[in-house]
Ligand binder design. Sequence first.
Ligand code: SAH
Length: 361
Amino acid sequence: MIPPRTATTLLSLTEQQMVKFVRAQRWPDYRAKQILRWIYQRRLRTINEMTDLPMHDRLTLSQSATIGRSPQVKVLSSRDGTRKLLLTLNDGMSIEAVLIPDKERLTLCVSTQVGCMLDCGFCLTGRMGLQRNLKLHEIIDQILTAQDLLNSDEQITNLVFMGMGEPLANLDNLKAAVTVLTNKPWGLGWSRRRVTVSTAGLASRLPDVAALGVNLAISLNATTEEQRRELMPAASEIASLRSLLAACRRYPLASHQRLTFEYVLLADVNDHEADARRLVQLLRSIRCKVNLIPFNEFPGSPFHRPPERAILRFQSILRDAGLDAFIRKSRGRDVFGACGQLGDISDHRSSLTLTPTETRC
Ligand code: SAH
């Protein structure tokens, strides 16, 4: 059964919209939850498998709706166990999500946009420009597809909105995705404590993240207005370093929470001892931790990764001043799945020395 072009995408409906949709078919309200459970909890790809719906209703549904899963998924497996998922969207564009194992954790990094409107000089996604916002079903599809790929002994423990794009620039769909993710009766039943949203600094939207009850990470990356303007021009245009930090100080943290500041370490640019000391000063009155991300290189990138000793020295200055500072391990670099490496590398493919295992599902 081929549904018409105007078909409803079931994974893009909120609970209320699903109820409206089943009422329009003159079905009882409980059918909404039945369908929601099938598509989220059982991760069905075809309507015909909804076996507690009468055959006739399944047929009607197939004529007017699609589930909204991407038919084409490619998986690149890194030598370190990281898996990069490439999903092709209906309009032919593609997005990436990354599954990152680390000891007892398995983190899924999810995209919210195709490309990005921000032009941070150290990030490959920024070079694509913003193609478009992802729709709700395209965000959710990354999570469901990752779950489909897991072995029986695996479980995703953390979900981070840190993939391609700026999550707070696609706020409505981000909110809807968190609702689905955390809904217990029919959704994915996640705890909000295991979900993190990362922003390049859309200061006026931080209260929206607080209202969602998830964790917030801020990509700071610089300690002076001038340097942040150079490294993150579009983000700095939206909010200065000063106003961003003021918004962070106002952020209503729950008692179990603290903010995370991300800081990409760029050799000879922002990795000096003076930078570390300024960072300590800036974060002094904020309950937080710092994730240091040594720069991940990509073809044509203008920056370099600092040597190990510079990274450790930077960390120890923060630690000695009482800040919790961690160095983020670079994972999946051989499949271009590490921070800042998500994006269109097709122009450079020939220059890459990849030896990933490629599979399709
Ligand atoms: N737009 C959001 C989420 C995507 S970027 C944000 O800016 O937070 C996710 C993280 O990767 C950010 O902290 C960003 O600073 C970092 N990053 C971007 N490019 C990088 C690169 N080439 N190497 C290391 N980290 C990078």
